[in-house]
Design a protein. Structure first.
Ligand SMILES: [Zn+2]
Length: 143
């Protein structure tokens, strides 16, 4: 996904939701468009924004992430460390999943078409139109 595409999509959704533009939120959205294709915690966003003049408060970052999540613009991911991580969501639905290394906490992204087809089939079997799914694998490197 191109970041510009996400940025204009996010802009559209936020305006469509009737939200007034705020400098603090814009800074978060622009940072996500730039860095948000890997998993970032709210604190990491706060730290990266701190360098920018006029960037919003920590509360603004948390509130913005909440809003973006409600609008389906970011995906939230809990890797089991007790903190949520975020990444931008492709409007096309194209996405990847994550493997968390149980020893180091390192996160690896992967895509798997066969997994997606299997999930789709399960939805059909259960008689539902799936609106989303989360898959997190955890494991230890074979040594
Ligand atoms: Zn999937």
């Amino acid at each position: 996904m191109t970041r510009d595409r996400w940025l204009s999509h996010a802009d559209e959704r936020l305006r469509g939701a009737g939200l007034r533009t705020s400098a603090g939120r814009t800074a978060v959205v622009e940072l996500l468009a730039r860095d948000g294709d890997c998993l970032l915690s709210a604190q990491e966003l706060v730290d990266r924004l701190r360098a920018q003049p006029g960037a919003g408060s920590t509360a603004t970052v948390y509130r913005t992430l909440e809003t973006l999540h409600e609008l389906g613009l970011v995906r939230r991911f809990d890797g089991g460390e007790g903190i949520a991580r975020y990444e931008i969501a492709d409007p096309s639905g194209e996405h990847h999943h994550h493997l968390v290394d149980a020893d180091t906490g390192e996160v690896v992204a992967f895509e798997d078409a066969e997994l997606e087809r299997a999930i789709h089939r399960i939805g059909e079997r259960l008689g539902v139109r799936l609106t989303g799914h989360d898959v997190i694998l955890r494991g230890r490197r074979a040594s």
